[in-house]
Design a binder for this molecule. Structure first.
Ligand code: COA
Ligand code: MG
Length: 303
């Protein structure tokens, strides 16, 4: 498997593609990753206009080091091919990734992959455009391993709990809130998707939390996603950027401790020991591997 580009996705900010004002705000925000939306945040009658607005924003705004992503419409709609063609023809040099919603299986993702390959050849784009997919249909959850391995271009899988809840027929008061159910109603799909993503070398990201004034529950959701191996969560409003950055970045103390544990293990291994005690806790190869994840995250952030 060739090396995937390493990109920060602690927070993926959703921006309606029709709003010049929000696109300007997003470009100067602190988000790692912004996805300019052509799908649910854009009404059918505004799709064509939104493509042009997004292409202009990609070409003319200063996005800093952000990942510049465009969410297109799904392959079952009349808009998908034209979304990809228009965005890549007009702004291909300034697009890092395309986000594809609602794939049901590998061939849905391969449609976008092949279209992008043709366009990269024709337009002579030197940088390959990455793909991200939303896992948000029950069929996709069943086919999640096949989707994860659908093409080399794929970098990231996002759990889209809103559409997923509808697809499975979950009973909810609001997206993410299901008080009649003990525990986290999304535990299984989040966990299941994250396993498939990690096994294929992809980033797993958690989708939206719509109650954007509820910072407390948003942070709980971020920590839950982080704990089970996801690298970030969506922000649907600028107020969700800082909390996600905070939760998905290890603290300096955590990074120092992780580096210390790895050093303790390496010293022990060099002395011929497989496991040693460190601050009252056993350290062995598995501990070093676990803490290496923290170090990898820190390296990507530049800590
Ligand atoms: N990206 C960039 N800027 C945003 C933003 C976003 N997602 N959401 C809000 N803002 C801006 C507003 O334009 C406003 O700017 P101003 O202070 O310069 O006027 C400021 O942040 C504060 O916004 P606020 O008034 O609190 O919210 P709102 O009522 O304008 O918008 C939503 C609320 C939910 C409609 C809006 O946040 C939104 O459209 N979110 C994204 C929706 C989306 O993409 N959905 C699909 C994926 S789930
Ligand atoms: Mg959706």
């Amino acid at each position: 498997m060739s090396q995937k580009p390493m990109r920060l996705r602690r927070t993926q900010l959703a921006v309606p593609g029709v709003s010049e004002k929000m696109l300007i705000k997003a470009a100067s925000s602190a988000a790692d990753h912004v996805f300019c939306d052509l799908e649910d945040a854009v009404a059918p009658s505004s799709k064509a206009r939104a493509r042009d607005t997004i292409a202009d924003a990609l070409n003319n705004l200063d996005w800093g080091n952000k990942v510049r992503c465009v969410r297109v419409n799904d392959v079952g709609t009349e808009w998908c091919y034209e979304d990809i063609i228009t965005i890549v023809e007009k702004a291909g040099k300034n697009v890092d990734t395309i986000m594809l919603p609602k794939p049901l299986n590998a061939s849905d993702v391969q449609f976008a992959d092949k279209l992008l390959s043709q366009m990269e050849m024709k337009l002579g784009l030197e940088r390959k455009i990455g793909l991200e997919v939303l896992i948000e249909e029950v069929e996709a959850m069943q086919n999640v391993a096949e989707i994860a391995n659908s093409c080399e271009r794929l970098e990231c899988m996002i759990f889209g709990m809103g559409d997923y809840a509808a697809s499975q027929g979950l009973v909810m008061e609001n997206i993410g809130l299901s008080e009649g159910y003990p525990g986290d109603i999304f535990h299984y799909p989040r966990y299941h998707m994250t396993i498939a993503a990690r096994a294929a070398g992809l980033d797993a990201v958690d989708g939206p939390f719509v109650d954007f004034k509820n910072d407390t529950v948003y942070r709980v959701e971020c920590r839950r996603a982080l704990t089970l191996g996801m690298v970030g969560k969506w922000a649907i409003h600028p107020s969700q950027i800082e909390p996600a950055l905070e939760v998905f970045s290890p603290s300096q103390e955590d990074v120092d401790f992780a580096r210390e544990v790895i050093a303790v293990y390496e010293k022990a291994a060099a002395e011929g020991l497989g496991s040693v005690g460190h601050k009252g806790v056993m350290v062995d190869a598995a501990s070093a591997r676990l803490f290496q994840n923290t170090v990898n995250r820190a390296d990507l952030i530049g800590m």
